[in-house]
Design a protein. Sequence first.
Length: 193
Amino acid sequence: MLEYLSIIITAIFVNNIVFAQFLGICPFMGVSRRLTSATGMGMAVTFVMAIATCVTWILQNYVLVPAGLEFMQTIVFILVIATLVQMLEIILKKITPALYQALGVFLPLITTNCAVLGVAIIVVRNGMGLTQSIVYAVATAIGFTLALWIFAGIREQLELTDVPRPMRGVPIALICAGLLAMAFMGFSGILIK
């Protein structure tokens, strides 16, 4: 139980996929303008990341390694992620068209979101078991969602403040993202391995 708690805390705060590992920056910057779209993207990434990690772990351990096809890992993982994103896109378009429209081009970009692929590869590289892998994937997705929420809240507040003209938009967003990354890196001193 303590092992899983350590995985969860580490994935959310210490090794946050956005602020410490700098993966998933494209959807982080693109979808974090509004809290609602950040929440939708966080849920979509959580779904894809959890299922993709489970499927890729099974494929790695029961198909690729026994067949000696480890060199196909990246291609197979990307195909699994692309398939899951297509399924998610169809489901969202049917069930919640407003969220589908809000996510726009960033929904198909989950396919190339390096955070999703990164988690699948990290799990295999670190030799995690299936349960550990799923816990790590969900915790990482929660960390991704937390990063989106924090940044969306900051960006919504920035729209209400008087930011100097040259700093409006992307410049102030990048400065805030950098400050958040430094703040999250402060968590790295909390857990001792």
